[in-house]
Design a protein around this ligand. Structure first.
Ligand code: ADP
Ligand code: ADP
Length: 208
């Protein structure tokens, strides 16, 4: 399976990707996770990405495209992949099409998880993750077990201001690529409102 997950910040891409990669036995490739790892490791890429990410801006296309194309060329992607958070701009979508064509790889589907804007900020500011397992929780909607609450961390870009900036970027830069994939007949629209279990079932039905 070669799948792209698209959706606004907080739509549930990471939550659903973690569930789906187990079912389909493919690697989860999250450009946000890769960039956060680069920032933590203080690599050259991390230093260049850090400020953009904190502001809620996109990291420049050239950097993200090179990072993602390199990752997709690794051996574990030969059996498929679930791309989460890439492409986010038209330039990224075109670069991905080129890279896949060169490798004679065909995408199975682009899944758009739709969540209305008025639910996004609440999802983002309540998001926490467990640094030990990488699991994503929400203080109200997906409450963590009480014994791990103290070790949970909040992303520094999960403030209301940075979230609104990311949402504006999503509508300006990422929403247009949805049309690009719809024109290719690859787009599956999935309602992202409801429990994570319900959304997972909808995605699996769309992919079946
Ligand atoms: P994304 O990767 O699209 O930014 P996440 O998967 O990190 O989104 O989810 C954002 C926040 O919303 C997290 O705190 C997560 O626990 C919560 N969440 C995920 N799916 C749902 C859902 N179906 N209903 C309510 N909250 C959800
Ligand atoms: P969210 O969970 O809110 O959808 P991500 O974890 O996917 O956010 O991304 C966090 C940040 O990393 C983005 O706000 C952006 O700065 C950067 N980023 C991630 N993926 C990309 C990409 N494909 N292009 C440009 N910037 C990206």
């Amino acid at each position: 399976m070669r799948i792209i997950l698209v959706g606004p910040p907080g739509a549930g891409k990471g939550t659903q990707a973690a569930r789906l990669v187990d079912s389909y036995n493919i690697p989860h490739i999250s450009t946000g996770d890769m960039l956060r790892a680069a920032v933590a490791a203080k690599t050259e890429l991390g230093k260049q990405a850090d400020e953009c990410m904190s502001r809620g801006d996109l990291v420049p296309d050239g950097l993200v495209i090179a990072m993602t194309v390199e990752r997709l060329g690794q051996p574990d992607c030969a059996r498929g992949f679930m791309l989460d958070g890439f492409p986010r701009t038209r330039a990224q979508a075109f670069a991905l099409t080129d890279a896949l064509e060169k490798a004679a790889i065909v995408l199975d589907a682009v899944v758009l998880i739709e969540v209305p804007d008025d639910q996004i900020v609440g999802r983002i500011v309540g998001r926490r993750s467990d640094p030990e397992t990488g699991k994503i929780y929400h203080l109200s909607f997906q409450p963590p077990p009480p014994e791990i609450v103290d070790r949970l961390v909040q992303r520094k870009d999960d403030t209301e201001d940075a979230c609104r900036a990311r949402l504006a970027k999503y509508h300006a830069e990422t929403a247009p690529i949805v049309d690009y994939y719809a024109e290719q007949g690859r787009l599956k629209r999935v309602d992202g409102v409801g429990s994570a279990d319900e959304v997972e079932l909808r995605i699996k039905a769309a992919l079946a």
